[in-house]
Write a protein that binds this ligand. Structure first.
Ligand SMILES: Cc1cc2nc3c(=O)[nH]c(=O)nc-3n(C[C@H](O)[C@H](O)[C@H](O)COP(=O)(O)OP(=O)(O)OC[C@H]3O[C@@H](n4cnc5c(N)ncnc54)[C@H](O)[C@@H]3O)c2cc1C
Length: 317
């Protein structure tokens, strides 16, 4: 199940419900709220890559009020950069990216970095990736050589290419899945393991694992990096841009109660957020819409008032 489906599920404002007096009501699992309610158009949970982009666009372009919540103390999610001391210049540091290595060279990427005054350049030799196969359950390296027998890989590769072509418009440049999925689109609701089994793609998994997801056919440079070669640079700038009550870092949502009147009904959703003790304690947020960009695991989503269908969808991801 793709993230986009779930985003649609949870981004939609669901209801018309009167705001409870947060200082009085304290639902099970929610922290006690002493302060005022923060009222916003959109509450975003997850300050990785998607959350900050959406928050900036919503606030700056669409003039919406937002609050962006992340459990870490900084934005960027899987964009992770270490500051490594430069032995030749004490007190100076090299940025070393150990998460995202480069940004897809797309108009939306270039435009967004430009907004923050960051020049993007070719990755050059910076993007020198080595492929290894790791069992995520054990963390151990596994020997999974790509099959060299073209008789075994020809038909599955052909099938995979056909399927990529069929679903291309739904997955590029971003996930944009039909909802509900049509009879011909059921594959988009399965996980990759099920997809591989259904189409007998097992022989080519080591090969497709190395494919770059999508490259612009006309652009020889599929990935770009900031001139500083610090992929986190933009998140530092976004953090400064959003700084204030609308940015809740090192914070965790303890309870979400969605309204139930349907999109456009003018209802609100309520969130209770535990912020660091020095940073204001518990916050109560009333949001017209919620946008979830954190990983939608059962654990993360347990704070939501999910129904049984939603729970089973999330469990199957
Ligand atoms: C090692 C690695 C290298 C990659 N390299 C590239 C690359 O070179 N180029 C590329 O285009 N893509 C790359 N990717 C993929 C890219 O990182 C993802 O596509 C992108 O990060 C997805 O953004 P996101 O906002 O959906 O999720 P994330 O970036 O994962 O952000 C999710 C955010 O949610 C927060 N969160 C989680 N749980 C909670 C919670 N309970 N409450 C509040 N917040 C929570 C997390 O702290 C995080 O900040 C790489 C991924 C990895 C793991």
């Amino acid at each position: 199940m793709s993230r986009a489906v779930l985003l649609v599920c949870f981004a939609v404002s669901l209801a018309l419900a009167p705001l409870v007096d947060a200082s009085v009501a304290s639902p099970r699992g929610a922290c006690n709220v002493a302060g005022d309610t923060i009222e916003v158009d959109v509450a975003l949970i997850g300050g990785g890559v998607a959350g900050p982009f959406a928050a900036v666009k919503l606030a700056d372009v669409y003039k919406k009020t937002v609050v962006l919540i992340d459990s870490k103390d900084h934005l960027g999610g899987h964009v992770d950069t270490a500051a490594v001391p430069n032995p030749a210049a004490p007190g100076n540091f090299f940025p070393v990216d150990y998460g995202v290595q480069g940004y897809l060279n797309l108009p939306v990427t270039r435009e967004f970095f430009q907004t923050f005054g960051i020049n993007l350049v070719s990755t050059g030799s910076a993007l020198n990736l080595v492929q290894v196969f790791v069992d995520f359950k054990t963390g151990k390296l596994v020997n999974l050589p790509a099959p060299s027998d073209s008789a075994a890989t020809g038909a599955p590769l052909q099938k995979y290419a056909e399927l990529c072509q069929k679903y291309f418009c739904f997955i590029f440049p971003n996930y944009n899945l039909p909802s509900p999925l049509g009879p011909d689109e059921k594959d988009l609701g399965t996980n990759f393991g099920q997809f591989v089994t259904k189409y007998n793609l097992e022989p080519i998994v080591p090969i497709v694992a190395g494919f770059l997801q999508v490259l612009s056919p006309t652009d020889p440079e599929p990935f770009l990096v900031p001139e500083s070669h610090n992929n986190s640079e933009i998140y530092g700038k976004i953090q400064a841009h959003l700084a204030g009550p609308q940015l809740l870092l090192s914070s965790s949502v303890t309870k979400v109660t969605r309204s139930s009147g349907g999109a456009g009904a003018g209802g609100v959703n309520e969130l209770w957020v535990q912020t660091p003790s020095g940073g204001g304690g518990c916050k109560h947020i009333a949001a017209k819409k919620i946008l979830v960009t954190m990983a939608q695991t059962s654990e993360n989503m347990a704070v939501f008032d999910l129904d049984s269908t939603e729970k089973s969808v999330i469990k199957s991801v």
